[in-house]
Design a protein around this ligand. Structure first.
Ligand code: MTE
Length: 313
């Protein structure tokens, strides 16, 4: 019998990594031109960071891929963002009216220090890093993206949850005048919301994302701040977050309200548990078109399996 060895998440082939000297030369080259952040998919971010842009941030080598990075053009033009459209290829064309500046996150609930955080001040305050993460959508497609941001734990430390806090409820915006999908689907339980347990939120993989491909997040990918929880199906990675509430009870979530039998609260990637309408055993890489076997916890078991192992409870 052939012995098939599935590479571990951290075993990135050399050819897929950006050599350090190229990374730093690119940074120097851009700053010499006075350009601090420049997209390649027709996205030119606002000149918000005059001379001291935090982008591109230094890559954290602890988070590696077992597959090529998805091209930026594809990752920014094939989006699930129902606030704008239920057609993935349309989202990027419909975000123009969406205002992402100024932007604050209201942090409330079971915390000692409730506060409203200005996202751009937060970016100044917390060091940013780049991480290569896989994203596995519940619809059985996947991509691999260089996200820039900071661990969710850093924000949690700022607000100091009380000992009663057991969950986080993360909430997106409600602005039908700026988001045609919200105008069209008025019966949906807007605003979009998601939830995590405290242990999940404190895990080192839970990442608040403010940029991708070395510059600020484009609107269609969740500007100015979104979540990335790569061991869970993509719908848990809520975009354009305006509020975080710490609660004692498991919060309700958008997709669970829409289709309770299809989108569970935990939603960990698991090839052995089919969606009611399709198998989750494999996935289609939206960059290469390749069909790959789906990995338990999307290949991140070494970081998170202990959270779900009854022996550890
Ligand atoms: N966040 C909000 N606010 N609205 C959404 O419709 N879609 C989710 C998630 N976050 C969604 C969201 C789904 S289903 C996926 S797969 C990912 O965003 C897609 O992220 P991407 O467009 O950056 O690939």
């Amino acid at each position: 019998m052939a012995h098939i060895r599935i590479p571990k998440g951290w075993e990135i082939p050399e050819r897929q990594a950006t050599p350090e000297h190229i990374f730093w030369n690119r940074r120097k080259f851009l700053s010499a031109l006075g350009i601090t952040a420049l997209g390649t998919a027709g996205i030119v971010p606002r000149p918000l960071w005059a001379s001291d842009s935090p982008y591109p941030a230094k890559r954290n080598p602890a988070f590696r891929l077992d597959r090529p990075i998805t091209s930026e053009r594809i990752a920014t033009r094939y989006n699930n963002f129902y606030e704008f459209s239920d057609q993935k290829e349309m989202v990027w064309k419909l975000v123009d009216r969406f205002q992402t500046e100024p932007w604050t996150i209201a942090v409330t609930g079971l915390v000692h220090k409730p506060q409203t955080l200005d996202v751009f001040q937060l970016i100044r305050r917390l060091p940013l890093e780049e991480r290569l993460y896989r994203l596995r959508c519940v619809e059985a497609w996947s991509m691999a993206v260089p996200w820039t941001g900071f661990p969710l734990k850093k924000l949690i430390d700022l607000v100091q949850p009380t000992s009663d806090a057991r969950y986080l409820r993360l909430v997106s915006f409600f602005r039908p005048a700026q988001a045609p999908g919200q105008m069209k689907h008025q019966r949906h339980p807007w605003p979009h919301s998601q939830g995590l347990t405290m242990a999940e939120a404190m895990n080192e993989l839970s990442f608040l994302v403010t940029g991708m491909y070395g510059h600020e997040l484009p609107k269609q990918n969740g500007a100015p701040i979104r979540l990335a929880v790569p061991w869970k199906y993509g719908f848990k990675s809520i975009k354009s977050i305006v509020a975080i509430e710490f609660t004692a009870q498991e919060p309700r979530t958008f997709w669970n309200d829409v289709a309770p039998h299809e989108y569970h609260f935990t939603a960990n990637v698991d090839p052995g548990v089919p969606h009611p309408q399709w198998s989750q055993a494999t996935e289609r890489d939206i960059g290469t078109g390749e069909i790959r076997p789906t990995l338990l916890y999307n290949g991140y078991g070494s970081f998170v399996a202990h959270l779900y192992d009854r022996l550890h409870e």
